[in-house]
Design a protein around this ligand. Structure first.
Ligand code: SAH
Length: 219
């Protein structure tokens, strides 16, 4: 069955989606299989819904964006999430990245400064039966001290430097993946690995994210 002339069938659409991920460097089989399973179309509403299977960022509510699928794949892959991991995501947005993480991890805590985004993402998580994600409305730059430390931290909004509280809430042996740099320029996606003696930093690739903004929003 196809879903309309000119659009190709669901299978073809999925194939193109996965091809785009692979050609941008998402090669981890577990990440690809989760991204094949989680329907990005559920996380994009309104005008842009029909573009949900293209490899591009799209606008969501509150003036924010759902990240480009290949960037979600690359960040997830770089975080090397395992089935026993407790993961913190800063920047719930649509909830798509959190849903992908939740299929690979034991538990995901996700935080956004917009209550509305948290509410809407929670509705999608329950529709998908993803019961291992807890979403909070809070300023994620302070992390979640009550649930720390974390095996993995994924930040999907750009700060100039890795926020101190997030570094402190990373377990020894833990990995944090985040964009750093000014919001109106190209930023660097970096991976921070914590070891006994401190932190190692790897630069992964250039990216563009919305800024990490201080404080809870009014909506
Ligand atoms: N991960 C999301 C994309 C997030 S866009 C997805 O998969 O759709 C970045 C998000 O970070 C926005 O929703 C924005 O509201 C949020 N954000 C920005 N600053 C924040 C902060 N200090 N604390 C928590 N969330 C923040």
């Amino acid at each position: 069955m196809t879903d309309g002339p000119g659009e190709g069938g669901i299978a073809e659409r999925k194939m193109r989606f996965l091809f785009a991920l692979r050609s941008k460097g998402v090669t981890d089989a577990r990440v690809l299989s989760v991204m094949e399973r989680i329907d990005r179309g559920l996380f994009v509403r309104g005008l842009f819904a029909e573009r949900a299977y293209e490899d591009m960022p799209l606008p969501i509510a509150c003036g924010q964006t759902i990240s480009q699928p290949s960037v979600v794949g690359l960040m997830t892959q770089a975080a090397q999430v395992g089935p026993r991991d407790k993961v913190l995501e800063v920047g719930t947005g649509s909830g798509y990245q959190a849903a992908v993480l939740a299929c690979l991890a034991r538990r995901v805590y996700s935080v956004d400064r917009h209550r509305r985004l948290v509410r809407e993402a929670e509705a999608v998580f329950s529709a998908l039966g993803l019961s291992n994600i807890t979403a909070f409305a809070a300023d994620g730059s302070f992390g979640l001290p009550d649930h720390a430390p974390f095996d993995r931290i994924v930040v999907t909004a750009a700060a100039e430097d890795p926020p101190g509280p997030l570094l402190a809430q990373l377990k020894i042996g833990g990995i944090m993946v985040l964009p750093v740099g000014q919001s109106d320029t190209v930023q660097s996606l970096i991976r921070v690995t914590r070891h006994e003696g401190g932190y190692d930093y790897d630069e992964l690739r250039p990216v563009r994210f919305v800024p990490l903004v201080e404080g809870l929003s009014d909506d």
